[in-house]
Design a binder for this molecule. Structure first.
Ligand code: PLP
Length: 808
């Protein structure tokens, strides 16, 4: 946008005055931040309205990305960068005596997601807006996002995330766009004008109020919308009425039960939460979102039968899968279409992304619970199931085994993935390997039944947040070297590749990395009192704590290295600092034991003078987007060590690569595609392959106890953990022990240990070859452009949504 420093300073001072009646000198920092945010919103309002008008007036097909989670993080810096005024504001504020980075720190992360799935949704919003694709987010405005993690005495303690306590400058409440969502009650069937009608009676109504946040494209005048729904009581008079009759508690419990729907995000990652409230949340935002889409569409005057030409609805995992029967309900009960017409529209509008094959993450709802909460929607699911089963029987000549395999309702449970597949025209996995496993194993019956629906869309990350914003020094160096075209065309990062043979450039890249390491080391000293050596290798594993991600494997290598150093303090290794950051779901005891274990080891290692500072262990508390933005640009080694087949894609892996870290990885998820992009010489691979893991699961033949008995290193490590050597009673880690030894180590930690240790030694030896290491880093940066979510979104747009890139 066109702006100069003087105009900005004037606007800013006026905004501060108009909002808080304050001058800069007397304004608290928080007000300064809010005034700046408010000003940014003012600057983009016109473009926001224009974008919407343009889409509507030109009948442009729009995407609605339905997701239970949007892990957005902070917006101030990314919004300023996207409208192209970050440097100008930085400068202008400086002249007013204000440090913009201090303001950035005042913004609470919007942590409305658990991990990769929610962060993907946020990256996709950024890419849709930046490519000019009319695409909007639809989700829940949780009053509390993912809990804040505190580490107390080595244990995780959860504190509610009160992210809205100081208000949210980016959102606008749209009272007049509220809709009603209905739960419970019963269905009365009657004949009206010769047509069966389904009348919903005695339901509980909830008001869904949307809050809109602008999603600003990079330098293109496009502004899309993230619409998040908040649950409120339907009429406020009810409270007063009841109060007057002395039913205050009834009224307030009604209010509380309604508000509970958008109160808090469930803190589980890759794990189903089967509670009624979770189902209420799902239906709440899906119904509200669909109603608002249909209402908006009808205003254009087009026939509802053309909905699929103007709207693409994408469901992020099965959490919004109730969109299939809910859209059917709206089309049949409210728009009076026939079943067949409604089905055609529904299936050609909805597309589904599968995110996991972990059995514990595949959603199933008990029929009884579902039917009671959503009686009409359940009837529709039954009908979808009946028609689908008839079709399957027909196709397979009455083979009832196929019904067992494929029925949407089985054993009194609704299998949401099957509902999503049957009700949509596209089913995609999130990395090549993951999609192949879906086709060949987990969903093979459905793949054989309708192969044309299945496709792969490897995940991506927005390079604007994860490079331009998070690593400004590297971004500047890149732009100095190859120009700035990479910001709009991230594949152009590949022009950096030849510079890996330019020693001056290598030194500059190394200098940027060192600066980033120094910066975070200073923060760490201030916050934790731990002295970290910025010249040590920064070896980083940051992601949700989960058995399949194998933080334990990392821990085993650290303990082995510790034992080797105790034996031989002169061991010739490059000093290394192992960083962890991870939240555990509050009810996931094994994960919590792992956090305690890491912190116990950190305490032991960091206070052992004999080690000569050769290793340090740091657990950074409260992992979230804004922390990821600091630690990833300071990383040398990216730990991507999940058991092969378990990590559907991973996106953390891509962020590290883009910031010039070298990956140590199993051949899992998108690690495989990263290896193919950078070449074998620029990554360190270890561990069991997907087919080996699958073979063990199928045919057995693995005994962790055998390894425990025969590998002296492992024997020693496990004994250390269990006999109190870490200064903590072994009983604290009993679940870890049981899983590794009694339950035969489901994730092959012991099996992959030897291979992992060798890979870590390889890393040490590469790092000692300074030039080679720096060449590896540069190759990673240069090849990372293909993992920009711009590329991913282009593929969704062309191959699934059939939408256009609009130039405004
Ligand atoms: C990218 C990201 C994730 C996903 O990381 P993975 O390593 O792919 O599991 C989780 N949390 C946050 C805050 C992220 O930024």
């Amino acid at each position: 946008m066109r702006l100069n420093i003087e105009k900005f300073k004037f606007d800013f001072k006026r905004k501060l005055m108009n909002t808080f009646a304050e001058e800069i000198e007397d304004a608290p920092k928080l007000h300064i931040y809010m005034a700046l945010g408010g000003l940014v919103r003012d600057y983009i309002t016109e473009a926001w309205v224009n974008s919407n008008n343009y889409y509507t007036e030109n009948n442009i097909k729009q995407v609605y990305y339905f997701s239970m989670e949007f892990l957005i993080g902070r917006l101030l810096k990314s919004n300023l960068l996207n409208i192209g005024i970050y440097s100008l504001c930085e400068e202008g504020l400086k002249e007013l005596g204000i440090n913009i980075s201090e303001l950035e720190e005042l913004e609470n992360d919007a942590g409305l997601g658990n991990g990769g799935l929610g962060r993907l949704a946020a990256c996709f919003l950024d890419s849709m807006a930046s490519l000019g694709i009319p695409g909007h987010g639809c989700g829940i405005r949780y009053n509390h996002g993912l809990f804040e993690q505190k580490i107390i005495n080595g244990y995780q303690v959860e504190v509610p995330d009160n992210w809205l306590k100081e208000g949210n400058v980016w959102e606008i409440r749209k009272e007049n766009k509220s809709v009603e969502v209905r739960f419970g009650g019963n269905i009365r069937i009657s004949q009206i004008n010769g047509r069966l009608s389904f009348i919903h009676e005695n339901y509980d109504a909830v008001r869904a109020v949307p809050y809109d946040t602008p999603v600003i494209g990079y330098d293109n005048n496009s502004v899309n919308t993230l619409r998040l729904w908040s649950a409120e009581p339907i009429d406020t008079e009810f409270d007063l009425f009841s109060f007057s009759k002395g039913e205050y508690s009834k009224a307030s419990s009604y209010k509380a039960s309604v508000e509970s729907i958008s109160q808090v995000l469930y803190p589980d990652d890759s794990y189903i939460e089967g509670r009624l409230l979770r189902l209420k949340q799902q239906y709440f935002f899906v119904s509200a979102g669909l109603q608002s889409i249909v209402r908006r569409f009808k205003k254009t005057g087009h026939s509802i039968k053309e909905l699929n030409d103007f709207a693409a609805i994408h469901i992020n995992d099965t959490h919004p899968a109730v969109a299939v029967p809910e859209l059917m309900r709206i089309l049949i009960d409210e728009e009076k279409l026939s079943w067949d017409e409604a089905w055609k529209i529904t299936t050609s509008t909805i597309a589904y992304t599968n995110h996991t094959i972990l059995a514990e993450a595949l959603e199933k709802w008990p029929v009884d619970m579902f039917k009671k909460l959503l009686p009409r929607v359940f009837m529709i699911i039954e009908e979808i199931n009946k028609r689908f089963c008839e079709e399957v029987l027909d196709r397979y000549h009455g083979d009832w085994n196929k019904i067992n395999e494929m029925a949407i309702i089985k054993d009194n449970q609704i299998r949401m993935a099957y509902l999503a597949i049957v009700g949509s025209h596209s089913v995609n996995g999130v990395a090549k390997l993951h999609t192949e496993i879906l086709k060949k194993q987990e969903l093979s019956s459905f793949y054989n039944y309708s192969p044309y629906k299945f496709n792969n869309k490897t995940n991506g990350i927005t390079h604007r947040r994860w490079l331009l914003q998070a690593n400004p020094e590297l971004a500047n160096l890149i732009t100095e070297t190859i120009g700035d075209s990479w910001i709009k065309s991230p594949n152009n990062l590949s022009s950096l590749l030849p510079y890996k043979d330019d020693s001056a450039f290598r030194d500059k890249v190394a200098k940027v990395k060192l600066n980033n390491k120094i910066e975070i080391s200073n923060d760490i000293y201030k916050k934790y009192g731990i002295k970290v050596d910025p010249y040590s290798i920064f070896d980083v594993q940051v992601k949700r704590l989960h058995a399949y991600k194998r933080q334990i494997l990392n821990v085993f290598n650290i303990l082995d290295l510790y034992n080797r150093l105790k034996q031989n303090p002169n061991l010739d290794i490059v000093p290394r600092t192992f960083f962890f950051a991870a939240k555990a779901s509050p009810s996931y005891h094994l994960a919590k034991q792992t956090i305690k274990l890491i912190n116990s080891i950190a305490f032991m290692v960091n206070n052992d003078a004999q080690l000569n500072n050769k290793i340090k262990v740091v657990f950074l508390e409260n992992y979230r987007v804004s922390l990821a933005e600091r630690i990833i640009p300071a990383s040398d080694v990216s730990e991507q060590i999940s058991t092969a087949t378990k990590e559907a894609s991973g996106t953390g892996n891509m962020k590290f690569m883009m910031n010039g870290a070298v990956t140590i990885a199993t051949l899992d998820g998108a690690n495989i595609e990263i290896k193919d992009a950078v070449g074998d010489e620029n990554i360190v691979i270890f561990g069991l392959k997907d087919y080996e893991v699958l073979d063990y699961y199928k045919h057995g033949g693995y005994s962790s106890r055998e390894i425990f008995n025969n590998d002296r290193r492992i024997n020693c490590i496990i004994n250390q953990i269990m006999n109190g050597s870490l200064g903590v009673a072994g009983s604290e880690f009993n679940m870890l022990y049981d899983n590794l030894i009694y339950n035969n180590d489901e994730y092959f930690v012991l099996k992959d240990f030897d291979s992992y240790v060798k890979a870590q030694n390889q890393i040490d030896s590469y790092y000692k070859q300074k030039d080679k290491w720096q060449q590896m880093c540069i190759a990673n940066i240069a090849k990372s452009g293909i993992f920009s979510s711009d590329n991913t979104i282009r593929e969704y747009s062309k191959e699934i949504w059939n939408t256009q890139e609009i130039i405004l």
